[in-house]
Ligand binder design. Structure first.
Ligand code: FAD
Length: 357
């Protein structure tokens, strides 16, 4: 009876989570692919949606861009440092339009349902159990399939961010470093065309940020609309668990320090998707595919460690020292050296953010 109501169905691949990571995987896949998410695609935004402009261009979703940014300011109590980003401009984009643009490039079956785990090789959902030879977990920090009890959210492995849309018309992207506002964290103001997203992030996973965020809003004489916030990982986790692939926040791929998680989820998602397609084509075995994806991620361990160290310094040294470092980093010859290196991470020509197949 149970089997009739919740029949096992077979797919070539199942992708859990239809946000940045999941859509980046799915757009690489041909065949009978099931994409699962508990929400409608693009309906629940958890991010300020800031990323280099070239990302939207490379993925063919420039329609989603709300505003382009050629400067970034870092504000501390004593000074404001301005970075010229024109070598690699950033943008803020509309989450729904971005996700729908990617979905339009996918040939998959999308099903809205909650995934509760994996049992005897089958993905267990509110709509029944589904089986496939290849399964990819892109469910964000909750890691619906690969998490288990390994890394519960907490201070060691997760940051927490909370933000709200406001009417503030700001110029350029701004980060705010002020211990009185948020110890071991930072604030941001991201203009999004009409108004700005204003938020706070705690590097040590403190989630009760609303009173401090309200103080930041008061400082600017603005009020909040709805709040959204969540955890995000701040160190690499395992990219494969048993026979499962993990991408994006599910694999801890959000960059430490800058909390940029969109670009890594898209980049590693594209790489994972290409590997999975090779498995589906019979060009490599599942084991070889898992190994190939692990090797792709392993190439980035050092930069992740460097950013992790920088995050630790930002969280633990006096703000005025960190302000001096940021000031130095904004000057020549430093800025033209590090900014393009950082800004081009994941660019198609260099490291292969894959185009749709
Ligand atoms: C406040 C805030 C602001 C941020 N701003 C930026 C920014 O400006 N730029 C940037 O690069 N990064 C930013 N980040 C980080 C970035 O949002 C994440 O790193 C990024 O969203 C990770 O993408 P993902 O696809 O791995 O996971 P997610 O975007 O978290 O997507 C996971 C998907 O899985 C689905 N899901 C989860 N559990 C289940 C389940 N059990 N069953 C079915 N579906 C499930 C969810 O509904 C969701 O659609 C921000 C984070 C926060 C919290």
């Amino acid at each position: 009876m149970l089997g009739l109501r919740m029949p096992a169905r077979d797919y070539d691949a199942i992708v859990v989570g239809a946000s940045f990571g999941g859509l980046a995987v799915a757009r690489q896949l041909r065949g009978h692919v099931l994409l699962l998410d508990r929400n409608e695609i693009g309906a629940v935004q958890t991010s300020a949606c800031g990323t280099p402009l070239w990302v939207c261009e490379a993925l063919g979703v420039t329609d989603s861009v709300l505003q382009v940014h050629e400067s970034l300011s870092i504000r501390t109590p004593g000074r404001t440092v301005r970075y010229d980003l024109s070598a690699v401009p950033f943008c803020t984009f509309d989450y729904r339009a971005f996700c729908e643009g990617l979905l339009a490039q996918c040939r998959v079956r999308f099903l809205r349902t909650s995934v509760t785990g994996i049992q005897e090789g089958a993905v267990v959902t509110g709509e029944g159990r589904f089986t496939a030879p290849v399964i990819v977990d892109c469910s964000g920090w909750r890691r619906a399939l690969t998490g288990g009890a390994e890394v519960p959210p907490g201070r060691r492995h997760h940051s927490f961010g909370l933000e709200t849309h406001t009417s503030l018309q700001a110029e350029g992207l701004t980060f705010v470093l002020d211990r009185r506002l948020i110890p071991q964290g930072l604030g941001w103001i991201f203009p999004v065309g009409k108004g700005s997203l204003v938020g706070l992030g705690s590097y040590v996973g403190r989630s009760k940020l609303k009173p401090a965020l309200e103080r930041l809003l008061q400082d600017h004489g603005i009020s909040a609309s709805a709040y959204h916030g969540t955890y995000f990982p701040n160190r690499l986790l395992r990219p494969t668990v048993g026979r499962l692939f993990a991408v994006g926040d599910a694999a801890g791929q959000c960059l430490p320090l800058t909390a940029e998680g969109i670009r890594p989820a898209l980049y590693f998602g594209g790489e994972c998707g290409r590997v999975v397609q090779r498995i589906l084509d019979g060009a490599v075995s599942l084991e070889a595919g898992l190994d190939a994806y692990r090797r792709v991620v392993a190439r980035y361990r050092r930069p992740y460690r460097t950013l992790q160290l920088a995050q630790w310094i930002a969280a633990h040294t006096p703000t005025r020292w960190f302000a001096l470092v940021t000031q130095l980093a904004a000057t020549r010859p430093f800025l033209p050296r590090w900014w393009p290196r950082y800004g081009w991470f994941g660019r198609p020509e260099r490291s292969g953010m894959p185009a749709a197949t």
